[in-house]
Every structure is written in structure tokens, then in C-alpha cells.
Ligand binder design. Structure first.
Ligand code: PLP
Length: 459
């Protein structure tokens, strides 16, 4: 009799073509285009801001952030009411932005003691903070438990430390389990316990067996800038299934299921043919897929966990612009022109991933050409746009680089240039939420051994 060999391979699914439900961008040829010029950003005059705060300057639009948050949450809540957002603080931890999102109703998700401190300094209670991430120090775990935060376990070594730390702290400590699974290719397998191998189930059983701990939730994070909302449907179905298996076995199901982040912003990936505004799924599309397994579990199984989402870029990318000035124009050896602007990858590291939108500011209508945009860093690879259609650049021209809100401040570097002013437009006012750095700020933490100090010349 032929033997059937068991494999763990997931079944092959034939590719599907999903028609766009929005018009594709069709653009006239270059020779017929005029530059679109912007005169207002976040309700502000960009030229006046540059005059007052120097160039470059980073501007966040508080009203836009409120709207984006509302429409993201709304898309999910209208389908599945029992949900909340835990904003992924690492995406942008400028205190004012974290405070603004908290004011709108977001809870917080942090992945380090540093981010935890950012939230606590704002008065955010520990019960509104989930502590995630693959490396949490002992003292950080202790503080999180004492403050009633949920700690999401990532690995076996961490579990051993958590068990010891939890013993000394009264009350049940809230635990989440990070689960990784094969819903994206390549799968994100760095975080948490694997579902297919049974590791996640075994870990859940271990927590349920422990009187000091409460299994408060299951967590997944399947990737970032996920273009296919179906991945969330698969992930949510897998978490629901695991939760129901636990309920069958122990009579208790986790109170919350956390689907992590990864929802795309409408930035355009480098090299992508169409604009991100035409290709990125909307919150509605994500919500329709992700909530389906939860609604099914509610109806068929009477299981209605709190749904937690951890968006980062989808909330905050749209809300930031960098205002920048052309400082030099030069011909390129192979033809065409390059412009050097005063904003570099030191404050815009996502230029390595995205073709950020470039909007000329306050120029008269002029025909356009293809231009290469370099930042000011003394490195050939520090390119902001390899090719962008703009009016022929001139020194002193001003432009806005759009959708820069996510990951740029938190991944910015003090490399060659110090960071500029960061502004927030809110309720008609402009606030400096992080002032320009000076040499003294950058050097404040350094000390030089006295033997290395230059000898002062005697008079
Ligand atoms: C656990 C977790 N949640 C949320 C996020 C936010 O991701 P995104 O900005 O893609 O939404 C990340 C980022 O990688 C993450 O690691």
C-alpha cells in the first residue's frame, strides 16, 4: 500500500488578480506638464515657517493626525466594536505626537524601556501600555508588572526571567504571547513562539498553569507595509483558532487578540510603478478582511475578545512634511540636472525605501523636467529621489517632502548635520515640539581624558 508522507508545507494557492477599485493615475507626457505648486501645508505658509524656523524644518499636521486616527479606528469599529488601537510608539516617539494620539483615545505599544519612559513621562498609566519587543531588561519588566502593564512574551529565555521577577510582585501579572506564523513570504519568524510547531500552544499552557500570571492575550505581527489585507484574515483566523483550542482545553480563552501593525501608508515604495495612493489598501479594506474571522467566532462560538491593533506608519506617515531648500544645482555627467537640497537621509532615512512625494512651493507655473535630488550629506548614496519631475531647480527654491511622519524621527541620525526644528501645527497654532540641536547638545554627553586635551600654550 502506498504510504502518504506528511509534510508541514502550506497548500499552494494560485495567484489571484484583484481589480483596483480606484482609478489608476494617468499622467500627461512630461512636455505637457506644469509644476503643481503648493502654497499651504497644514494650514500654514511654508515660506513663513522657513523664514522663522530655518531650513530644513519638519512639520507635523496635528489636525490631519486626528483625522487619520479617527478614520482608521472608525473602519474597524463599525464592523467590530470591541477594539482599540495601541499606537506603535517606535514609529515616532516625539512626546507631543504620542500625547496627541493618547488624547484621541489610543493606547500605547512599546518595545523598550526607553519608549515606556516616554509614555510614563506623559502621565500615561501602565494599564494603557503594552510592553512588546524581543529584549526587555529585568528592571523594565519589574516596572511594567508593578504598573499593571501587559507584557508580551517573545522567547523562552525571557520567560525564565519573567517567572522569577513575577514571584516578587503581588497580584496576577498580565501576560500576552507573541505568536509567529506563515502568513507572509518570507515569514516573519523573529518574534515570539511558532504556531505550527506547537511552541505557541505549549507556552500558553505554561502561563495558564501558573498562579502568578494571567494569560491576557495572544499577539501577532506579520510584517510591515503589508500590501495584501488577506494576510490579516489568515493571521486573525489562526489566532482565533488557537484561542478556541485553549478554551476547549482549559475553559478559559484569552481576553484579547492583538493583530500587531503593518498596515501600509500611502507612500510609494521605491521603484513601484504606480503611486502608493492608488495601490495601498485603505483602512476599510484591512478592516473588512481582519474582522471576518472575529465576527465568525463571535457568532458561531460566542467568543468576543478585545481586538487590539498596533498601527504605526498608517497613522502617522501622512502627517509629516519636511520643508527644504535647494542649495546647489549641477549638471549630471550623463545628462540632466541634479539638485542638492538641505534635507538629507540623516533626517529622512525612509528615502532609502520610498519615493517620497516632492511638492514645489510657491513657484510660478513652469514646464518640468526630470531631476535627481541629493541630500547635503557627503556621501554619494545619500539620494532623496533618483528621478523626480520638477520645474528646473534653482538655488533657493523651496519644496515639501511629503509623508515623512513614520520612522524618520525615531531612526534619524546625528550624522554630519544636527537635527532641525520639529514643529506641530495644532488648533491654528505652531508649536516647536523639538528645538533645533546645537553643537553643545550633540557633544554634551562626551568627555575627553585630560591627557588628550591640547596643552595650553604658556603666555
Ligand atoms: C510589534 C509591532 N507592532 C507594530 C509595529 C508597527 O508597524 P507599522 O509601522 O508597519 O504599522 C511594529 C513595527 O515593525 C512592530 O514590530
Amino acid at each position: 500500500m502506498p504510504m502518504t508522507k506528511k509534510t508541514n508545507r502550506t497548500e499552494y494557492e494560485s495567484p489571484r488578480i484583484t481589480p483596483l477599485d480606484r482609478p489608476m493615475t494617468t499622467r500627461p507626457p512630461l512636455s505637457h506638464r506644469q509644476a503643481q505648486s503648493t502654497r499651504e501645508i497644514a494650514g500654514q505658509d511654508p515660506l513663513a515657517l522657513l523664514e522663522k524656523y530655518g531650513s530644513p524644518v519638519v512639520l507635523f499636521d496635528g489636525e490631519r493626525l486626528k483625522k487619520t486616527y479617527k478614520s482608521f479606528v472608525g473602519a474597524f469599529q463599525e464592523r467590530y466594536e470591541k477594539m482599540h488601537v495601541a499606537y506603535s510608539v517606535k514609529t515616532n516617539y516625539l512626546s507631543s505626537l504620542v500625547a496627541l494620539l493618547y488624547q484621541q483615545g489610543a493606547k500605547m505599544e512599546v518595545v523598550s524601556g526607553f519608549e515606556y519612559a516616554v509614555c510614563r513621562r506623559l502621565g500615561i498609566p501602565g494599564t494603557d501600555i503594552t510592553f512588546n519587543g524581543p529584549w526587555k531588561k529585568n528592571e523594565e519588566l519589574r516596572e511594567a508588572f508593578e504598573n499593571g502593564s501587559q507584557v508580551n512574551l517573545d522567547n523562552h529565555d525571557e520567560v525564565e526571567r519573567v517567572l522569577k521577577i513575577a514571584k516578587g510582585i503581588p497580584g496576577k501579572k498580565k501576560i500576552g504571547i507573541r505568536v509567529n506564523m506563515d502568513v507572509s513570504y518570507p515569514p516573519w519568524d523573529k518574534f515570539g513562539f511558532n504556531l505550527t510547531s506547537g511552541d505557541a500552544m505549549a507556552m500558553a499552557e505554561r502561563i495558564l498553569d501558573n498562579d502568578e500570571l494571567e494569560l491576557a492575550g495572544l499577539h501577532m505581527h506579520v510584517g510591515t507595509y503589508i500590501p495584501n489585507p488577506d494576510q490579516y484574515k489568515k493571521g486573525a483566523a489562526a489566532l482565533v483558532e488557537l484561542a478556541l483550542r485553549l478554551r476547549d482545553k482549559f475553559g478559559i480563552a484569552p481576553k484579547s487578540l492583538d493583530m500587531g501593525g503593518g498596515y501600509a501608508s500611502s507612500n510609494t515604495l521605491r521603484g513601484q510603478m504606480l503611486q502608493g495612493t492608488a495601490t495601498s489598501p485603505t483602512p476599510d479594506m484591512y478592516a473588512a478582511c481582519l474582522t471576518e474571522p472575529l465576527l465568525h467566532a463571535k457568532e458561531k462560538e460566542g467568543y468576543e475578545p478585545e481586538l487590539i491593533l498596533e498601527p504605526g506608519r498608517a497613522l502617522i506617515d501622512e502627517c509629516g512634511d519636511i520643508l527644504t531648500t535647494v542649495v546647489s544645482v549641477k549638471p549630471l555627467r550623463g545628462g540632466g540636472r541634479a539638485a542638492i537640497i538641505d534635507a538629507g537621509v540623516n533626517i529622512l532615512p525612509t528615502a532609502y525605501w520610498y519615493d517620497h512625494e516632492v511638492s514645489p512651493i510657491a513657484t510660478e507655473p513652469r514646464p518640468v523636467e526630470k531631476v535627481k535630488l541629493f541630500g547635503p550629506l557627503c556621501m554619494q548614496i545619500a539620494v532623496i529621489r533618483a528621478s523626480v519631475v520638477l520645474p528646473p531647480p534653482r538655488c533657493g527654491d523651496v519644496a515639501a517632502l511629503g509623508r515623512v511622519g513614520a520612522y524618520n524621527f525615531s531612526q534619524s541620525m546625528q550624522f554630519i548635520y544636527a537635527r532641525p526644528n520639529y514643529l506641530l501645527a495644532l488648533d491654528g497654532d505652531i508649536h516647536v515640539i523639538r528645538r533645533e540641536e546645537g553643537v553643545e547638545d550633540a557633544l554634551a554627553l562626551e568627555s575627553v581624558p585630560s591627557t588628550l586635551m591640547p596643552v595650553e600654550e604658556s603666555p
